[in-house]
Design a protein around this ligand. Structure first.
Ligand code: ADP
Ligand code: ZN
Length: 674
């Protein structure tokens, strides 16, 4: 029965379990729906804290039934145990949006009125496109009505006195669409086969919160791969291609917040495949080994029950690498890795289950997981470039004007991830919402973290640091083309700036060599440490601008030095200990003392070498630093000219002269990494 309209719900201070139990007996569907509402609303902190709220719940169904409305009402009034401060006199207002056509409807004027008249407003809508834009903006949140959990399924069967089901069957039932789900739950007996037949017979659930791949901005070359992947799935579904020719498994890797999860969701949506999401830490939360393995098994069985399907495994690095486990955990962890390998290999008929793994730390993953037939294809997900940043901002906003300005804002947000950008748009949307309108350009500008200008002293330090890299790079490889830039203004996100203080780019004519010699590797380390060496030489001490994080100069130098020792046989020991691609600075920590001393020795030697090069070329370095400080960017030609002793236009006082006054002084200024 289709149903639209408004309802007032009175809160009760206490939930009534008895009332709920009776409801289950009378209407199991209602109980399950109620459970779904409670799940959907549980994360609403405003609701939990008794603050005013307006939440839109997307049912994802063809229609909104009386049962939906009733279940929402029950969730708000009766059984909601997470309602700590109910005001007895409070009433919630439930509005059911059920526009007859699929067209987007215009803003219903009353939205704002509801908010004025009621502290608590719950709006039910069938899908996101039915929700008017303004309502999306005004609402505190738009949430999806995810289905009941396996626990709910089992509980209802118990309450109805039906034969119990195992976890796998319960999970398969939970993945059915709602009407099939209810009928499966109520059957006196139900097996996995029956559930699979029901799944085939019923249409997929129409929950559509995820954008389609085609609509998603960003992702550079990963996007091409994803589009091809979706085309291939289509071909397989049409029988023009065999599933065995699909990639069996894919690893998406890149910094957190670059949208790996979102990409997997969009792929699944565009390919029309169910997505079974799991994460290693999620499995681990089940506790001891047996439960963890069981949870893992369940994930893969669920996928198999629904195949063709995609399994998305987040944080896959958390599973670890068998070669690196400390002894006390070795046995436990080895079993976990082996079990995952087995599951991915799919003992018996996993042809149509594709695994997408995601990680921020690809180097920490067990090599066996990355072999062919497993997560065989490795797709880097990079930080978005300036055009992509613009597209991502635009994607999350509905700006009509000011697009050019938005492009400028995006250009200045180097280093920001998709998640950072989305956060920015959320803040802007909130500002707009307070005035009951969509976000405007001005709101975006206001939501930006404030710009901080570097002190003159810090700017000079960065200039000297970068000039150090340039000079040493030039001395060690005179034919290379080096360009360099620095910035004085930063936007901090939280306690860090994603923007680098300065960047030097090197293009060496001999960069495409097939092997690295010891000399090349030492030069790499020397060049990486040259920024810090220049600071020490000219400013009396180095800052933490070259260290302290992954990707910093010191991290890069340490990794290469460690590779020389443990992988390349370039230290006292000739033994091969581990694959070079597995080496991280973390590996260094775990080396026995004798080998760690070798790493230290290489780093120290190259640091001393960098110190003597910068001392010897102090005059060039001064010229470079001065020009960089003044111009912000030096092209490779500028660099060549300056090193050759020419001055480039507009030169003023020598940095080193100015710095002489600072010599020996070392303030703990926070300098963004350079
Ligand atoms: P990851 O899995 O890489 O840590 P997520 O997929 O969780 O990143 O991304 C977090 C959020 O950031 C997404 O829900 C989305 O809102 C936003 N986001 C990230 N990348 C993009 C993108 N390319 N386009 C639009 N939004 C993005
Ligand atoms: Zn540096």
């Amino acid at each position: 029965m289709a149903n639209s309209g408004d309802y007032l719900v009175e809160f009760r201070t206490k939930g009534s379990p008895q009332r709920l139990r009776d409801a289950v007996k009378k209407a199991p569907g209602l109980f399950l729906l109620n459970a779904s509402f409670r799940r959907a609303l549980r994360s609403q902190h405003r609701l939990r804290n008794g603050l005013t709220f307006m939440v839109v719940v997307i049912t994802g169904t063809e229609e909104i039934t009386q049962a939906h409305r009733k279940a929402a009402e029950l969730a708000l009034s009766g059984g909601i145990e997470f309602w700590p401060h109910p005001r007895r006199e409070s009433r919630a207002y439930i509005h059911v949006l059920d526009p007859p056509s699929r067209k987007k409807i215009r803003t219903p004027a009353p939205v704002v009125e509801w908010q004025g008249q009621h502290d608590f407003v719950l709006v039910l809508a069938r899908n996101r496109s039915n929700v008017p834009d303004d309502l999306k903006i005004i609402a505190d949140d738009v949430v999806d009505l995810a289905g009941p959990t396996t626990r709910h399924i089992k509980a209802v069967r118990r309450l109805l006195g039906r034969e119990p089901v195992d976890d796998v069957t319960a999970a398969a039932i939970a993945s059915l669409n709602f009407s099939a789900l209810v009928s499966a739950v109520c059957r006196p007996r139900v097996s996995l086969e029956i559930v699979q037949r029901l799944a085939a017979a019923s249409r997929p659930v129409a929950i559509d919160p995820v954008p389609r791949l085609e609509d998603l901005p960003g992702y550079g070359s990963a996007r091409e791969w994803a589009l091809t992947f979706v085309e291939d799935v289509d071909r397989c579904k049409r029988g023009e291609m065999d599933w065995s020719h699909m990639d069996r498994g894919v690893l998406l890797y890149g910094p957190p917040g670059t949208g790996k999860t979102l990409l997997a969701q969009a792929i699944a949506r565009s390919a029309g495949l169910p997505l079974i999401v799991a994460s290693v830490s999620g499995w681990q939360s089940y506790g001891h080994l047996g439960n963890l393995l069981e949870a893992m098994r369940r994930t893969f069985e669920m996928a198999q029950a629904q195949q063709p399907a995609i399994v998305f495994l987040d944080e896959i690095d958390a599973i670890g690498d068998r070669t690196r486990f400390a002894d006390n955990h070795a046995n436990y962890s080895r079993q976990v890795v082996n079990y995952l390998l087995e599951s991915i290999d799919g003992a018996g008929g996993r042809q149509q289950v594709i695994v997408i793994g995601a990680t921020n730390y690809p180097e920490a993953i067990d090599a066996a997981l990355l072999r062919s037939g497993r997560l065989e294809r490795h797709i880097p997900i990079m930080l978005p470039d300036k055009d992509e940043r613009f597209e991502i901002l635009r994607f999350h906003l509905c700006l009509k004007e000011g697009l050019e300005e938005l492009r400028e804002i995006a250009a200045d947000l180097e280093g920001w991830t998709g998640a950072d950008l989305e956060m920015l748009t959320r803040e802007a949307t909130r500002i707009g919402r307070r005035q009951n309108r969509p976000a405007e350009l001005d709101d975006v500008a206001k939501s930006l973290p404030p710009v901080q200008e570097l002190s003159e002293e810090s700017a000079r330090r960065i200039a000297v640091h970068e000039a150090g890299h340039v000079v040493v790079a030039h001395v060690l490889s005179p034919r290379s083309r080096i360009s360099v830039s620095m910035r004085r203004q930063f936007r901090w996100i939280g306690s860090e700036s994603r923007q680098r203080g300065g960047t030097a780019k090197y293009e060496a004519p001999d960069d495409d060599r097939a092997v690295d010699t010891r000399q090349h590797l030492e030069s790499f380390i020397c060049r990486a440490l040259a920024g810090a060496a220049a600071e020490e030489h000219f400013l009396g001490c180095r800052s933490n601008g070259f260290s302290g994080s992954k990707g910093s100069d010191l991290d890069e130098a340490t990794v290469v030095a460690t590779q020389m020792v443990v992988s390349y046989g370039m230290s006292k020991s000739l033994a091969f200990l581990t694959e070079s691609r597995h080496v991280t600075a973390e590996s260094t920590r775990r080396l026995p003392n004798s080998l760690r001393e070798e790493v230290d020795r290489i780093l120290e030697e190259q640091y001393s070498r960098a110190l003597s090069i910068v001392a010897e070329h102090a005059i060039s370095l001064d010229r470079l630093a001065t020009a960089l400080l003044e111009k912000g960017t030096l092209t490779a030609d500028d660099v060549d000219d300056l090193i050759a002793g020419h001055q480039i236009a507009g030169r003023n006082a020598s940095v080193v002269d100015v710095l002489a006054g600072d010599f020996g002084r070392c303030r703990g200024d926070r300098i963004p990494k350079g």
